[in-house]
Design a protein around this ligand. Structure first.
Ligand code: F6P
Length: 319
């Protein structure tokens, strides 16, 4: 490859900037020209590309958001949109594209590869819902933000002996709720992957208070239920009146953790190496410390397995 482009797409995540920086600097190191596409696939369709040099990615490693900006682009879901995207890249002599985003972004990359563009996907989403990688870029930061918030909520819940429901992000995947719930000692973790019985949740809360617990925290993934609905059902079942906190987009902002910066740096560099080796239509990930490139087709057609061991551990430890 002589010339590549990089874009960020879908919901942003902390560490996307670190990934862009790694792609740009690794490519330039190997004398490959790099273009940044502004606003994801929408920018590609608008031919909104600019050449990136070493300084264009200076001072972004530590920043949340994405300097390339992002969008959710409906037009790119159509065959005409995809063809136009491939034509734009070809007309600029660009033969490779690194896409940083989640599942929808991977599907776009997969389509472009079928139109002759060499593509690499990097898992950029806080949800951790991409299979064939232990972690996605942004997940560690989002979990840390939720843990920090729950620590604060717990302080005031303990003082007042109250119950609390904390709604976290995760449209189809309960990993943020699971990992943050375990790390913050939540009493109940509600995720889309595991059926739950509200009566049981409520009874457990009541009996734990009776056993001397001074607070009760339920973490619910938005993909399983809304925090307000969970709180209402608890009130109806056992009379407790939990306070509800919806953490929302606060989970997607702020400086990435060191772990996310390192992951993004490794994956960005790995994607460039894969393109240099002539690979295409791969999703880059890290499994047990090893960098791996999996067929993007396989990745978009698989579901990330839920870590039931961790879920059961959280239940055992939260009595
Ligand atoms: O996919 C990442 C994510 O943050 C989900 O957890 C959440 O449901 C969604 O994006 C929110 O998207 P938006 O910012 O477009 O409302």
């Amino acid at each position: 490859v002589k010339s590549i482009a990089v874009l960020t797409s879908g919901g942003d995540s902390q560490g996307m900037n670190a990934a862009v920086r790694a792609v740009v600097r690794s490519a330039l190191y190997f004398d490959i020209e790099v273009y940044g596409v502004q606003r994801g696939y929408q920018g590609l369709l608008n031919d909104d590309l600019r050449p990136m040099d070493l300084r264009s990615v200076g001072d972004i490693l530590q920043r949340g958001g994405t300097v390339l900006q992002t969008a959710r682009c409906k037009e790119f879901l159509t065959a005409e949109g995809q063809q136009r995207g491939a034509d734009v890249l070809r007309s600029r002599g660009i033969d490779g594209l690194v896409v940083i985003g989640g599942d929808g972004s991977y599907q776009g990359a997969n389509k472009l590869s079928k139109l002759g563009i060499k593509t690499m996907g990097l898992p950029g989403t806080i949800d951790n819902d991409i299979p064939f990688t232990d972690s996605t870029i942004g997940f560690d930061t989002a979990v840390s933000i939720v843990v920090d918030a729950i620590n604060k909520i717990r302080d005031t819940m303990s003082s007042h002996e109250r119950a609390s429901v904390v709604e976290v992000m995760g449209r189809h995947c309960g990993d943020i709720a699971l990992y943050a719930g375990l790390a913050s000692g939540a009493e109940t973790i509600i995720v889309p992957e595991v059926p739950y019985d509200m009566k049981e949740v409520a009874n457990r809360m009541k009996s734990n208070f009776a056993k001397g617990k001074r607070h009760s925290i339920v973490v619910v993934a938005e993909g399983a239920a809304k925090g307000v609905d969970v709180a209402r059902e608890i009130t109806n079942s056992c009379g407790l009146e939990p306070h509800v906190t919806v953490l929302g987009h606060i989970q997607r902002g702020g400086a990435p953790t060191a772990a996310d910066r390192i992951l993004a740096s490794q994956l960005g560099d790995f994607a460039v190496h894969q393109l240099m080796a002539g690979e295409s239509a791969k999703a880059c990930g890290i499994i047990s410390g090893k960098l791996v490139a999996t067929d993007i087709d396989t990745v978009v057609n698989s579901k990330k397995p839920f870590n039931m061991d961790l879920y059961e551990l959280a239940i055992r430890l939260s009595q």
